[in-house]
Design a protein around this ligand. Structure first.
Ligand code: NAX
Length: 326
């Protein structure tokens, strides 16, 4: 990576933003040799709160942090961006229909995609965190015809990390010892956290745990972990989401270690996922690009679950197409 990089964070005054910015500025995302220029995008009503966060960023005296700019202008925020973390989104409020939610987010991610197209650096890499993340990434990419679509990704790394954590607890091992876990499909309750090819300490996971635990405990626990955190903590996942975003971008830019991870990337048709959908896959990164891990066997149990989640992604795509957002 270049010596200094511009990192744009939208929704900077939100709770994920607050957990994310200090780690970016500390060098946890782009490594100890890359200086950081932060650009924070917020809606006008939250600009002052973001400026408050900028005061605290200054007070950390981070050696790698060159500057922090706060703005409500997408053009200014994405100007020269090398990495764009799209965190700000319109949450679903009581009584809101799914079409209203998709339309409201289309109104955010369409213009932001255009601003990225017109102002970001040629090498820009985009991670969409704001929900519905996969479809928001699809909308942003559709508004950025000059940016290769493989630069647009959606975050399923939190789901992946949750899967590692649950499996490590079950087996009494460290997450580090686990390889070969995949989250497929949508970042929603329909996602499929897949242990078919997982190993722990070199042992095949399907030989260490029974199917009942996978189907009855593991899959629903991971897929509904967001709701569990809300119930216990009283607000939605923030620091864990920020940590996953750091992991995603670090691996993307600096390369994954040997094992694969999971990310929402534009499908090339692999594993029967229709081309163009932003779906979670097993991925590795080298040379600054994600590659979908090829050649994995997909047994019927997995096929059914991947197809269900992908069908949900297709329905979201069709809905935003109908709204004229693609
Ligand atoms: P908050 O409501 O705390 O913060 C969102 C911030 O975005 C607010 O400060 C708001 O003013 C800002 N914002 C809204 N519209 C904007 C726009 N057009 N431009 C710039 N900023 C804008 O939410 P937070 O808890 O930080 O969550 C942010 C998003 O992450 C939500 O959509 C949430 O659903 C999503 N999540 C995604 C996860 C994933 O794994 N992909 C997991 C965690 C999280 O639930």
């Amino acid at each position: 990576p270049p010596h200094a990089m511009t990192v744009t964070v939208t929704g900077a005054a939100g709770q994920i933003g607050y957990a994310l910015l200090f780690r970016i500025a500390s060098g946890a995302m782009l490594g100890p040799d890359t200086r950081i220029r932060l650009k924070l995008l917020e809606i006008p009503a939250a600009v002052r709160a973001a400026e408050g966060t900028a005061l605290e960023l200054a007070d950390c005296a981070f050696p790698l942090l060159d500057s922090v700019d706060v703005t409500d202008s997408a053009a200014a925020a994405f100007d020269g961006a090398h990495v764009a973390l799209l965190v700000g989104a319109r949450p679903r409020t009581a009584g809101m229909e799914r079409a209203d939610l998709l339309a409201a987010n289309g109104g955010i991610f369409g213009p932001q995609g255009r601003a990225i197209n017109d102002h970001a650096a040629d090498s820009v890499r985009i991670l969409v965190v704001g929900n519905p993340a996969n479809t928001n990434a699809l909308i942003a990419a559709a508004h950025a015809p000059d940016v290769p679509s493989d630069r647009f990704t959606a975050m399923t790394r939190l789901d992946h990390n949750r899967a590692l954590a649950q499996l490590a607890i079950k087996l009494g091992c460290r997450t580090e010892e686990i390889e070969g876990v995949t989250v497929w499909g949508n970042h929603s309750a329909s996602q499929y956290p897949d242990l078919t090819h997982a190993t722990a300490g070199g042992q095949p996971v399907p030989s260490l745990v029974d199917e009942e635990w996978i189907e009855g405990d593991f899959i629903p626990r991971v897929a509904k972990r967001g709701a569990e955190v809300i119930e216990v903590r009283g607000s939605s996942s923030a620091a864990s989401a920020a940590s996953a975003a750091i992991d995603h971008v670090r691996d993307w830019v600096l390369g994954t270690p040997d094992r694969w991870t999971s990310a929402g990337v534009v499908s090339d048709g692999s594993y029967g996922v229709p081309e163009g959908l932003v779906s979670s896959f097993p991925v590795r990164s080298s040379g600054g690009a994600w590659e979908i891990v090829q050649g994995l066997e997909v047994p019927p149990f997995s096929r059914e679950r991947i197809d269900t989640s992908v069908a949900e992604l297709e329905a979201e795509r069709d809905a935003v197409r109908e709204l004229g957002l693609l």
